[in-house]
Design a protein around this ligand. Structure first.
Ligand code: HEC
Ligand code: HEC
Ligand code: HEC
Length: 154
């Protein structure tokens, strides 16, 4: 994986156009560019292939849309940091009124599917509505929503 380290004072210039990311001075932030292989935790027996996540394709979004606990300064934690989305067994009653509960979203699979798949899915739904309402309008590109598109069959 390629990594790029930028002194934060330079990054700030870029970050301002993106939105509200505030950085403290003279710290170094290393952002993985290109793709990150997202894997199931070792304790879980993975049934599906790893997911190739093109990180930088998503930089049009706010960092905090995904790194939702990041304060803009401290180190960015991995999704499966202890106590976050590190549960390896599926919870029994995951849904309440159609939404994952605070407890069930700790299960890593639900966390990733809700973050990744649901965003792509929502764009698809919006695209369909737009296409129905207006002809010949440019619709937004979306990411994959099918199982094998994210977990390729070997
Ligand atoms: C669409 C979601 C998404 C967006 C937007 C996003 N990231 Fe990430 N980023 C991820 C995921 C998923 C990982 C892998 C986390 C893991 O391995 O647990 C990651 C990993 C990282 C890591 C490595 C963390 C580690 O575990 O070592 C850094 C640093 C990082 N991102 C910085 C950024 C910055 C800065 C931005 C904004 C410019 C950004 N990311 C935008 C999803 C995103
Ligand atoms: C907030 C919305 C959002 C989130 C969250 C998000 N994506 Fe995406 N993703 C997109 C959009 C929009 C595109 C299309 C971007 C483009 O091709 O210009 C995309 C494209 C992709 C692509 C295809 C890239 C290509 O070059 O064709 C993959 C693979 C992907 N996303 C995986 C993921 C994974 C895995 C996660 C979760 C870690 C994730 N995405 C989270 C919006 C999102
Ligand atoms: C947008 C991408 C995306 C889509 C679409 C998607 N997944 Fe996933 N899935 C992930 C990510 C990311 C993980 C967590 C990393 C990992 O385990 O590889 C995951 C984890 C899993 C896991 C737990 C780990 C394992 O390998 O056993 C299963 C099972 C799974 N997905 C099945 C599915 C099925 C079935 C579908 C279709 C109904 C699907 N996924 C659609 C991204 C996706």
């Amino acid at each position: 994986m390629q990594k790029k380290c930028i002194v934060l004072s330079c990054l700030l210039v870029v970050a301002v156009t993106w939105s509200t990311v505030a950085f403290s001075e003279d710290k170094l932030l290393c952002i993985p560019l290109g793709s990150i292989a997202l894997k199931a935790p070792a304790q879980a027996k993975a049934q599906r292939a790893d997911v190739d996540f093109p990180h930088s394709v998503h930089f049009g979004y706010k960092c905090q849309d995904c790194h939702h606990t990041w304060d803009g300064g401290a180190e960015i934690k991995s999704c499966m940091t202890a106590g976050c989305h590190d549960q390896v067994t599926p919870p029994k009653r995951p849904l309440k009124k159609g939404e994952y509960t605070e407890a069930s979203i700790k299960y890593y699979k639900y966390a990733y599917h809700v973050l990744c798949r649901d965003c792509h899915q929502e764009i698809k739904v919006t695209n369909k509505k737009i296409a129905k309402a207006v002809a010949n309008v440019e619709i937004q590109k979306t990411g994959p929503t099918g199982c094998n598109e994210c977990h390729p069959k070997h």
